[in-house]
Design a protein around this ligand. Structure first.
Ligand code: TXA
Ligand code: MG
Length: 327
């Protein structure tokens, strides 16, 4: 199969992307976080192909992408006040909401769970694709990140073609992703929502926003430390995840990194230092691109300095920790 490259800037290409999806095809779509591998969520056979192409276990649920809050409510039987407030504040944007699943959402999307994670992505072309899907009766786009299971997420159309080019129908090229790490996942079923995965909307931003509504938020205990087990609430968060081919080693500061760098060099292995800009937006936007560049250069070991655990630093630390986890 030759992958078709469509441009997010050309209206007829965006319409064609929607048509391919509506006829059961798989398309990689741009979002502000990472590229997603999308299938029409109302087409169970198409969604099953997503798991095949990614090599992802079928009990690992997919995020349901929708055009707006109303469409999200259609996927839920219990849209809570917290869900409504967070959707109003952060959508379209890098926040995903876990809610009770409506019957219209196929079990294949949620891995048989009674819950569904929904999100409105912030990319104009993908939002247009979603509006077309809804207008034709689809509940939305089921889309995990467009990479092989466990590997580094793609933040450009080129990354998708490199990884999955032979096994999907098309890529909608919508330029490089602005955020660069995946969405924050929040369980909104309880009065105090729980963060299940750190991501593009920082804990601090959610805390501040909810405080204005007299509400609070907590982090899942699974987020403490780096060893999210297969039994964790968000079951995609296994030990080794978001991992390049090269071994990744993480350090608290540059001094520690430099000592290790000399050792690795002395052992004859090729080593690369990941940049670690103070600007956390810059760090997150480029993190996956840098990891991929190291693999492209055939580096054996990647050394990275962890950012502080505040703001976007929390998500960056999480991804680097999982990239560095034992395989
Ligand atoms: O930014 C993002 O969230 C990107 C873009 C494409 O939207 N998507 C993404 O999807 O990162 P994926 O499949 O790589 O990660 C989704 C995570 C997985 O850890 C999965 O287990 C969790 O969301 N998840 C999805 N539905 C769930 C559910 N019903 N219950 C618990 N966890 C769920
Ligand atoms: Mg993923």
């Amino acid at each position: 199969m030759t992958v078709e490259i469509l441009s997010a800037r050309i209206a007829t290409d965006v319409e064609r992307a929607a048509e391919i999806l509506l006829s059961g095809g798989l398309i990689a779509v741009p979002t502000e976080t990472v590229y997603g591998l999308g299938a029409d969520a109302s087409n169970g056979a198409a969604v099953r192909r997503v798991f095949d192409v990614k090599g992802r276990p079928t009990n690992h649920p997919l995020i349901l992408h929708v055009a707006d809050r109303e469409a999200a409510k259609n996927a839920s039987t219990d849209w809570s006040p917290a869900a409504d407030i967070l959707a109003g504040l952060f959508w379209p944007g890098p926040l995903s909401i876990l809610t009770e699943k409506a019957g219209a959402v196929d079990d294949v999307v949620t891995g048989g769970r009674g819950t569904v994670v929904v999100r409105v992505p912030d990319h104009p072309a993908t939002l247009e694709v979603l509006r077309i899907l809804h207008s034709r009766g689809s509940i939305g786009l089921a889309a995990p990140s467009a990479n092989k299971f466990g590997a580094v997420s793609p933040t450009s159309a080129r990354h998708v073609v490199d990884d999955l080019g032979n096994s999907i129908d098309a890529v909608l090229d919508g330029d490089d992703c602005r955020v660069g790490v995946e969405s924050t996942i929040v369980d909104c079923r309880t009065d105090v929502p729980v963060i299940l995965r750190e991501g593009g909307v920082p804990f601090e931003a959610i805390t501040d926003a909810l405080a204005r509504h007299g509400m609070t938020i907590t982090k899942s205990p699974d987020l403490v430390g780096i060893n999210d087990s297969a039994g964790a609430l968000a079951p995609g968060m296994l030990e080794s995840h978001y991992a390049p081919r090269a071994r990744v080693e993480i350090f608290a500061d540059v001094g520690e990194l430099e000592r290790r760098e000399s050792e690795v060099e002395a052992s004859g292995m090729s080593v690369a230092r990941l940049p670690h800009p103070d600007n956390l937006v810059e760090y997150s936007r480029n993190l996956y691109r840098w990891l991929r560049a190291c693999d492209a250069q055939g580096v054996d070991v990647i050394l990275a300095v962890l950012p502080p655990a505040t703001e976007l630093g929390a998500a960056i630390r999480d991804r680097l920790s999982k990239a560095a986890a034992t395989r």
